[in-house]
Design a protein around this ligand. Structure first.
Ligand SMILES: [Zn+2]
Length: 292
């Protein structure tokens, strides 16, 4: 069923789990991810990031996503990931998204607040949920959304969200989700990631009415992910770990083929692998050990 993020966040808070927020830039990913959510029986958001427009234009992606979400047995929010400008966001609203991340985290705090408030006034009465970010997510995946340059990853603490800034931001904007930086990065990690759980706890304490989000879930060890959930993270973005999972299996399949190989068979195999990886991640997000 198609819902907004606000409703599912209340359930996640009550039952100590996190909503996985997964990009689905083609129909194979879309079908696999939704089937996985139904298998694990957990709400999710399916995302179209603004920078994915070059792979699949939002006019094609979102109507398909909305259609699949409506037919699903689990609650699904169709989400704009890293929306960067109002023109794109308004197009998404017209196409029927139910939640939006408006990423103005590269602006100074006051300007970030002003921009996010402006959007909230526009979409609040439409029942669309809003996510924003304070602090900068370091980037190990150069592109036009996250920055063309790789961040210096030698000391991630320089990117961390300041708890006071988070408090001011939440009080002034009333966003549904605040994404914070406390040790995760976009893309894959070079060493062992280490989330700063005490910082997360400090931020949670001063933002009691806002759900906290983490981007860059791929590659964070599952025990750390679950510590973060139990310390208040309610939305986790995953993409790289899921989207890179089919390639080694497909390579093997292609190499082992003893004649012409149909593309639909390759696509079916890709869908299976994405499904399996997503099930694994969703079980972690469900955080069942902590709930029992
Ligand atoms: Zn992100």
């Amino acid at each position: 069923m198609l819902v907004n993020l606000t409703e599912m966040l209340q359930d996640a808070e009550k039952n100590n789990y996190a909503i996985a927020s997964i990009n689905t830039p083609n129909q194979i990913s879309l079908r696999a991810v939704i089937a996985a959510a139904e298998e694990v029986n957990i709400p999710i958001t399916i995302n179209h990031a603004q920078n994915e427009d070059e792979h699949i234009p939002i006019e094609i992606a979102v109507p398909l996503m909305v259609d699949y979400a409506k037919k699903s047995t689990v609650p699904i929010s169709v989400h704009v990931d890293h929306g960067l400008d109002m023109k794109h966001i308004m197009k998404a609203v017209r196409l029927g998204v139910t939640s939006i991340m408006y990423d103005c985290s590269n602006l100074p705090l006051e300007e970030n607040i002003a921009e996010v408030k402006r959007l909230k006034e526009l979409i609040d009465h439409l029942g669309i949920s809003l996510e924003a970010e304070v602090g900068t997510m370091p980037n190990n995946m150069p592109d036009e959304v996250h920055g063309q340059e790789r961040s210096d990853l030698s000391d991630l603490s320089v990117y961390y969200t300041n708890p006071k800034d988070a408090q001011i931001f939440c009080e002034q904007t009333g966003v549904d989700v605040l994404t914070i930086s406390f040790g995760s990065v976009h893309g894959m990690y070079e060493g062992e990631p280490k989330l700063d759980i005490p910082l997360l706890e400090k931020i949670k304490e001063v933002t009691p009415n806002t759900a906290l989000g983490m981007h860059g879930g791929s590659g964070v060890p599952y025990d750390q992910v679950q510590k973060a959930i139990s310390s208040g993270i309610r939305k986790i973005n995953y993409f790289t770990a899921i989207d890179t999972s089919p390639a080694p299996h497909l390579l093997k399949m292609i190499q082992e083929a003893d004649g012409p190989l149909n593309f639909y068979k390759i696509a079916d195999r890709a869908m299976e692998i994405i499904y399996e990886k997503t099930v694994e991640i969703l079980r972690v997000c469900k955080n069942e050990a902590a709930r029992s």
